[in-house]
Design a protein around this ligand. Sequence first.
Ligand SMILES: [Zn+2]
Length: 331
Amino acid sequence: MPKAELHLHLEGTISPETLWKMAQKNHVSLPVSTLKELRALYEFESFDKFVSLWQAMCRCFKSEFDYAEMVEGFAKDCRRQNIRYAELHFTPFNHEKFAIGGKRALKIVTKKLEALEKEGGPIVRLITDIPAEAGEKAGEYTARLLEEEKNPLIVAIGLGGPEAGFSRKKFTPYFERARKAGYFCVAHAGETAGFSHVREAIIDLKAVRIQHGVRAAESQQTLRLLKERNICCDVALTSNLCLKVVKKLSDHPLKKLLAAKIPVTLNTDDPPFFNTDLVQEYTLAHQKIGLNLRELWEINLNGLRYALCEVAVRRRLMLEFEKKAPAAQTN
Ligand SMILES: [Zn+2]
């Protein structure tokens, strides 16, 4: 079926093959000596191992070509899985330390994504994240960038990076500025920290969607808040499993969110790093959580209903989806 995905990070889509190519070209040493070893390094074992791989990857961004390669790899994966629409998190602040800087990186990524849309897709909109661990400096940088940008693809400000120990509410002034500049607000909350972060994201940051949000299931009051405000949670099952939010998928709170009538979407977050893709996430939701095809199709449509793109784009995609997935609709 044609699919929409609302929660994945561009830097988190780099496959071992693309990373290997970038490292070779730029003469960057990786903590492994063969592509086979690099593939093994991608097997998620602990958050520390994940961070060391992430840092090695960051050292590979040297030129415009590397950013174009990253987008090309992402687009190829979308086409393989028939992902027609995606909202992609990108964090320019983190790229300030690399060779071409955050703003130029954003420009290259945008140019490449615009060209892809013209060539038939996927259609992609961007969410510009503040990395929570970098605090006020990153908040200021991101708010200012959004105020100054005339980027046609950015639809929202986001809050990414590690969640536990980093209050959501602290970022309120930057979210306020982005909202005044015309952007939507979304935020990571309720994955590695509890439901209070979901509340802060909704009440203080005025988030219209929550990335993850699954720990809201621990609080009836928070579930009610999500339902009343019609806020969609962009759930990532395998990411939750790898980061030990749940011990096994059959314990996952997705069903609780659905029972509370909260709209959800299914997502990959950082697909190769968690050794998953969107097809696998749908398969897991069916096999391990017991959702039927009708429920999965509704979840897929949520990816358009709660998308932050222009209405005309959303409507066009909805008509396209309806036409192309009759079997899933009737089952
Ligand atoms: Zn995420």
